[in-house]
Structures are given as C-alpha cells and as structure tokens.
Design a protein around this ligand. Structure first.
Ligand SMILES: [Zn+2]
Length: 142
C-alpha cells in the first residue's frame, strides 16, 4: 500500500527535485567534507567561479552540461525548437569559457566540474582530492 498521500508525495518529489537541481550545493558539501574552505561566487573574477579556495589558490566552476555543451548526452543534445538560437547561445558560452579559463589559468589552479559528475559522488570526490593535492604541491613551489 502507498503510505504517502498525494500532498506528501508531491512534497517529497519537490525536495528530491530541488536537491538534484542544485549541483553547486552538492559540490560545496563535497568540498567542505574534504576539509577545504572556500568563498562563494566571487563576482569580480572572470567567469564568476562558484568556489574560490584561497589556501589552494584554486577556483572551481560548476558547469551545467546543457549550457556549456559538455560532451555527455545532455550536453550534446539541442532542443528541436529554436535549434539555431540555442546552438548560437551555447556556442557563445563555450567560446567565452575557453577565453576565461585561459586568462584564469595564468594565475589560478582551475577545475571545471560538470553537472553530470555529481551523479557519481565517489568519483567526483576522488577528482577533487587529486585536484587539491596538485594545488598544494604547486602552491608550495611558489
Ligand atoms: Zn555532462
């Protein structure tokens, strides 16, 4: 028997949906769980990185697969309606991304995390650990 009534179920679904729709919140909790401290959304930096980790001299971006044209299923599909419009818009994003990353990489360690990577938290965590380790070793050389 279904023990949830309709209202309860829609509340549940809303909760699940909002957690899943906020990959950057999930990313924050992962990074926090690794003991790294950060600031959020530093608007003065190009590309507005989601996380700024001063101690690691690092920036982390959370990129939506659709908007930034990731090479995954979601990123490589174009909506059928207004296809040209979407394509131009998303292509503009990726060109800007490239430029921004090039500029930032001169003075920061930069990591781009894709939205779809949050579906495999263990793997993403390992990637973050590797990144932070690399940052630590590059910081100590300076
Ligand atoms: Zn993706």
């Amino acid at each position: 028997m279904d023990t949830l009534n309709k209202a309860q179920r829609s509340r549940n679904m809303a909760a699940i949906y909002s957690t899943n729709s906020k990959p950057e919140v999930f990313l924050r909790s992962l990074v926090h769980g690794l003991g790294a401290r950060f600031r959020l959304h530093q608007g003065h930096l190009p590309g507005k990185p989601d996380l700024v980790l001063k101690r690691f001299n690092a920036l982390i971006f959370m990129h939506g697969c659709f908007w930034h044209m990731h090479q995954c299923k979601r990123g490589s599909s174009t909506p059928r309606t207004n296809a040209a419009f979407w394509h131009t818009k998303r292509l503009g994003n990726t060109l800007r991304d490239k430029k921004v990353m090039r500029t930032l990489r001169c003075s920061w360690n930069v990591l781009v995390v894709w939205e779809c990577e949050t579906r495999n938290p263990e793997r993403l965590k390992r990637r973050l650990v590797r990144f932070l380790k690399r940052c630590e070793s590059s910081c100590s050389l300076q």
